[in-house]
Design a protein around this ligand. Structure first.
Ligand code: ATP
Ligand code: NCN
Length: 187
């Protein structure tokens, strides 16, 4: 059976924290691949700033040279708010011979009980949590923890820096170029 890690996010924009997290999980759990799943509309967040197509372009640029990382546009096909339960249900139907993990950052663990259909979802995937700066206490028994050296980077901090005309930390060269070309996050 193939072991695939699903990694959902708004990726507004994608950054090296996402990349390092995926690399740590791929290695530690010896997965075959990780599929990044950009959300079309984030379910529990106010709307993303960049358009879905722009977030997908940036993800493609960041993952171009990463053979074990793929992008699934399934949530762009489903459209509307992207609930993980629906996404996983579709993927399991399409890939019945695959074991799926669902990867989240440490900041999301305490929110898991509020996710749509979470009890059912927990039976469909193995959740994997990765430590994140500022979130070191975990108390959620269904999450398999993977440790990595913390990467103090977030999309929020990057957007703030760009808005304040400061040099942002944690973007790849190509993604920064795309952001500048398209005038993203300037206001
Ligand atoms: N630096 C990081 N270390 C560990 N996990 C991270 C890191 N950045 C993001 N994640 C995790 O990656 C997933 C997708 O994150 P998302 O696209 O929302 O980025 P973000 O940096 O958390 O964005 P924002 O600051 O806008 O909330 C989430 O599960 C989040 O917890
Ligand atoms: O299904 C839910 O109820 C749910 C609630 C909050 C977040 N998620 C998923 O968690 C992933 C990370 O979310 P975010 O908001 O940090 O980009 C992304 O794939 C979301 O669709 C899912």
């Amino acid at each position: 059976m193939k072991k695939i890690g699903l990694f959902g996010g708004t990726f507004d924009p994608p950054h090296i924290g996402h990349l390092k997290l995926a690399k740590s999980v791929l290695q530690t759990l010896e997965l075959d691949e990780i599929w990044f799943i950009p959300t079309y509309e984030p379910p529990h967040k106010s709307d993303a700033i960049a358009k879905p197509e722009q977030r997908l372009d940036m993800l493609n640029l960041m993952l171009e040279e990463e053979p074990n990382f793929k992008i699934s546009t399934i949530e762009y096909e489903i459209k509307g708010k992207s609930y993980t339960y629906e996404t996983v249900k579709h993927l399991r139907k399409q890939y019945p011979q695959t074991f799926f993990y669902f990867i989240i950052g440490g900041d999301m663990i305490e929110d898991l009980p509020k996710w749509y259909n979470i009890e059912e979802l927990k039976r469909m995937v193995q959740f994997v949590g990765v430590n994140r700066k500022g979130y070191s206490e975990y108390n959620y028994r269904d999450v398999l923890m993977v440790n990595m050296e913390e990467v103090p980077v977030s999309s929020t901090a990057i957007r703030e820096d760009l808005k304040n005309r400061k040099e942002p930390q944690g973007l790849t060269k190509d993604v920064l170029h795309y952001i500048r070309e398209n005038g993203l996050y300037e206001n």
